[in-house]
Write a protein of this length. Structure first.
Ligand code: CA
Length: 219
């Protein structure tokens, strides 16, 4: 039996009305991004709030944000971690990240975010080469789907035991369960989900929130 509610627009609005405590700069950033191209790449505010809650639950100080876009999830992380915490934000796009930086500054937490404008795999390799394996508490993967498995493997190396990796878009608008879907990224995400399901190095939970969010805890 299907125990997940069908989230009607009215019910989703109810969820927001009765739980959202969004930082005013996050609200501003979200509303600005909604007017931009590729606006649907931004995570939803309830997902952001959940991630901030999770970061505080695990006492995260050092985090990775793989795929910055206009900076919403990195800002969520920067607001959730302590003053001496650090977000390593990975993205190649100078235009989107310029917007991100403006809002990070406006929220007064830019000093916690270290933007690395480069191929994310290169940045992760550099962190590993720099002796930072097993030092991160959290990694949010939300970049090109083709490299999800590589981002996952490198994040796993960079995380401490008990650290959490959150992976976005794992339900891919529901296409993962549609046998007639012809999007070329769908099989990539299906294969990724299957690999994680069988990965005994992590505890796992696939949440049917937003576009699907998998949480993997390093054992
Ligand atoms: Ca996403």
């Amino acid at each position: 039996m299907n125990k997940i509610l069908n989230l009607t627009p009215e019910l989703y609005q109810y969820v927001l009305d009765n739980s959202l405590r969004e930082h005013p700069v996050l609200t501003e950033l979200r509303q600005f991004t909604a007017t931009q191209r590729a606006a649907n790449m931004q995570i939803s505010p309830d997902q952001g709030q959940f991630m901030g809650w999770l970061l505080q639950l695990i006492g995260a100080k050092k985090t990775l944000d793989i795929g910055v876009f206009t900076g919403y999830s990195a800002l969520v992380a920067a607001l959730a971690i302590p003053d001496d915490g650090q977000v390593i934000a990975c993205d190649r796009n100078p235009d989107c990240t310029k917007i991100a930086q403006q809002y990070w500054q406006k929220a007064g937490v830019a000093y916690k975010i270290d933007l690395r404008l480069a191929d994310a795999l290169e940045t992760l390799d550099k962190l590993l080469a720099n002796g930072e394996a097993s030092t991160f508490d959290f990694s949010f993967i939300d970049a090109d789907k083709r490299n999800y498995i590589n981002y996952f493997e490198k994040s796993l190396m960079l995380l401490r035991q008990g650290g959490v990796i959150a992976i976005d878009n794992v339900l891919w608008s529901g296409r993962v369960a549609d046998p007639n879907d012809d999007d070329k990224r769908t099989p990539v995400i299906r294969a990724f989900n299957e690999t994680l399901h069988n990965d005994e190095r992590v505890d796992l939970s696939l949440l049917a929130i937003a576009d699907g969010l998998t949480l993997a805890r390093k054992l």
